[in-house]
Every structure is written in structure tokens, then in C-alpha cells.
Design a protein around this ligand. Structure first.
Ligand code: COI
Length: 359
């Protein structure tokens, strides 16, 4: 693996106060860049001062959306240590997403190293207030200049990072979500399982309509029957009915969330009955009416996010009295505890900066 060249900025900025942080508004002093050219492969890994790119107006990512990204976080624990959460899994997912969009594979070691090194260079930006983190956004864009529709022959992999607070304005308070049978995010056989720009573009119009009705997010249903839960777009969805915890299976139309995986691992470790199975909106509504429903979302940005209200076909269903459920709270506390190093990391999910091994 080639060494990463580092050029430090001559004009470092002052990081904002921890209690002023929103999500994804502020970026640090540096970014990581790696180029791909056909015949040469991935080359020239480097950390440079953060700044804008110059792209040709005919650059193919701007026209055909050949772009992928990922999102992970670094946390500063009460012990002052910086921990990256599930670095290896996020690095692997970059390549899985890339596969859907014909993007050449990047050495996963290079992805991990790019993130470790950038966080190390900008470590004074990692906030320490509980609920804050340094959000890390590895991204790949196609950079060739042409207008024919085909995979690009050149790419840019880059990583930007920035301190963040809660993703939703509600924080850890329950969010309201609208299940739509009108709009569709993705279908099986498409690219719903890839973290690609197009999936987020596809979610914008439906999300705007939901926001007009006072909902925080859309709960996407499957694209064929408009009946089975898919995901929320910014998070995977989970629910508890009776003693069964249910989440939609990885059927190709939803993202294989890493917080989803962490949550399932914890639930199974606690001995709960966990099913990855199709769950229909009718089953969810029947459970809401019977007041036997707890529902939450899982995501890197969203962490564990309780759902307090579900809208569907003009009706509103209050979930768990509009309050955070006991299991939701336990999951949140456990994941956050591992991330900040206040609970033991028995699954080896964290990478402490300066320590090359997970766990
Ligand atoms: C994440 O949870 O990291 C995401 O990418 C979701 C959203 C911010 C796009």
C-alpha cells in the first residue's frame, strides 16, 4: 500500500463549540484524496487542505450519477480516547456499494488507512460532548468527461469529516414517520442496497410531501406490492410486537445498515427472538391499534431513533404512547456506551486511534 502524502493547511480554522453542532454543516481543515485512472489503478493517496474541486461541466457524475458514499463516526470518550466505530465494516461497504455502480474496487486497507490518518490529522475537531461525534464521509465520484452512457474510466475517492450533533432536530425524542403507498425509493433488482446518491435523490420528493404533513421522515414500502416495510432512507426500521423483534430482510432493496447489524447482534446476544422477515404495514397498524408495538430506526447518523407516530392513508397511529420504549432506550444506551468507551466492546467494534487493530 503506498504511503499517504500529507500537506497541512497554513490556515487552520477554530472548531465550533460542541453545543452548537448540527449535522453535516461544518467540515475540518483537511480532506483525503485518491485518484483512479484506467491502466494505472488507484493512485496518489494524499491528505490536503479542505477545499472545493474543479470539475468539467461534462464530468459524467454530474449527468449520470455514478457516485457512492458511506458514513461512519469517530467518538471522543470520557477517557479522552478517540474510537472509530466499525471501521472495517464501513470500508467493506464502500466496495459493495461501488460494485452496483461499476466502480473499481479500492484496497479496503487503503480505505481504512485513509480514514484513520485523516481523523488523526484533524483529531482536534473530534468533539467530546455526549451525543456529538466526528462524522466521516468517504465518497467516490466518476470523473471522466463525456456524455455517452457508460461507466467512467476515471474516479476520485475522497474523505471529508466534520463534527456533528444529533441528526434529527428531535434528538433522542420520538420521530413521526409517514408510510407512503404513492412514492417508491427502490425495488429489488435495482440499487436500493447501495449507498448511492440516486437513492437519496429518489427520496426527496416523497420526503417533502411528508414534511408538509408534519412528518420527520418517510417509511418506504416495497416497490411492487406497496405493502411490506423497506426502510426509512436515513435509517433501517425495526419493531417489537409481542416478544418478537422484527426487521425487514436484506432483500436487495434496502441498505445493509451497520447499526442495523450492531442492533441485531446485541438483541440476539440478549436472548431475544429476532426475525429478519417481511413485515406488512397492516401487521404494524394492527399492533399499533392493539397497543403492542415498539418501533425504532437504526443508522449511523440517526443512531437509535424512537418512532412515536406512524401515518398511513390519512390516519395517524400513536406508537407506545408517543414515548421512547424500554428496549429502544436500552439499545441506544448500549450502542452509545460502546462508542464512547463507557461499556465494554465485547464484539470488537471499535478501533482506537493509534491502535491498528479492531477491539
Ligand atoms: C448515515 O447514517 O451515515 C447516512 O448516511 C444517512 C444520511 C445522513 C444520508
Amino acid at each position: 500500500m503506498p504511503d499517504i502524502a500529507i500537506t497541512r493547511t497554513a490556515h487552520p480554522k477554530t472548531p465550533p463549540a460542541d453545543d452548537s453542532l448540527a449535522f453535516g454543516k461544518v467540515f475540518t481543515d483537511h480532506m483525503f484524496l485518491l485518484n483512479y485512472d484506467e491502466g494505472q489503478g488507484w493512485h496518489d493517496p494524499r491528505i490536503v487542505p479542505y477545499g472545493p474541486f474543479t470539475l468539467d461541466p461534462a464530468c459524467c457524475v454530474l449527468h449520470y450519477g455514478q457516485a457512492i458514499f458511506d458514513g461512519l463516526k469517530a467518538f471522543r470518550g470520557a477517557d479522552g480516547q478517540i474510537r472509530l466505530f466499525r471501521l472495517r465494516d464501513h470500508a467493506r461497504r464502500v466496495n459493495r456499494s461501488g460494485h452496483y455502480l461499476c466502480i473499481p474496487e479500492i484496497d479496503p486497507e487503503m480505505i481504512e488507512e485513509s480514514i484513520r490518518k485523516l481523523v488523526e490529522v484533524d483529531q482536534n475537531w473530534v468533539p467530546s460532548k455526549p451525543g456529538t461525534a466526528l462524522y466521516i464521509r468517504p465518497t467516490v465520484i466518476a470523473t471522466e468527461t463525456f456524455l455517452g452512457v457508460h461507466p467512467s474510466h476515471s474516479y476520485l475517492y475522497y474523505v471529508i469529516v466534520g463534527p456533528v450533533g444529533a441528526y434529527y432536530k428531535e434528538g433522542m425524542n420520538p420521530v413521526r414517520i409517514l408510510a407512503t403507498d404513492k412514492y417508491v425509493r427502490a425495488v429489488q433488482g435495482g440499487m436500493g442496497a447501495a449507498k448511492t446518491a440516486g437513492n437519496y435523490a429518489a427520496s426527496l420528493f416523497g420526503a417533502e410531501q411528508a414534511a408538509k404533513e408534519g412528518y420527520t421522515q418517510v417509511l418506504w414500502l416495497d416497490g411492487v406490492h406497496h405493502k411490506y416495510l423497506d426502510e426509512v432512507g436515513t435509517m433501517n426500521i425495526m419493531l417489537k410486537i409481542g416478544d418478537e423483534v422484527i426487521t425487514p430482510p436484506l432483500n436487495g432493496s434496502i441498505l445493509a445498515g451497520i447499526t442495523r447489524d450492531s442492533t441485531l447482534t446485541l438483541l440476539r446476544d440478549w436472548g431475544l427472538r429476532v426475525s429478519e422477515r417481511p413485515v406488512s404495514i397492516d401487521e404494524v397498524i394492527a399492533a399499533a391499534k392493539a397497543e403492542d408495538l415498539e418501533m425504532w430506526g437504526t443508522g449511523t447518523a440517526a443512531v437509535i431513533s424512537p418512532v412515536g407516530e406512524l401515518g398511513y392513508k390519512g390516519e395517524r397511529y400513536v406508537i407506545n404512547g408517543g414515548r421512547t420504549g424500554a428496549l429502544t432506550q436500552k439499545l441506544y444506551d448500549t450502542i452509545v456506551g460502546i462508542q464512547y468507551g463507557t461499556l465494554p466492546d465485547k464484539f470488537g467494534w471499535t478501533t482506537t486511534l493509534g491502535n491498528r487493530r479492531e477491539g
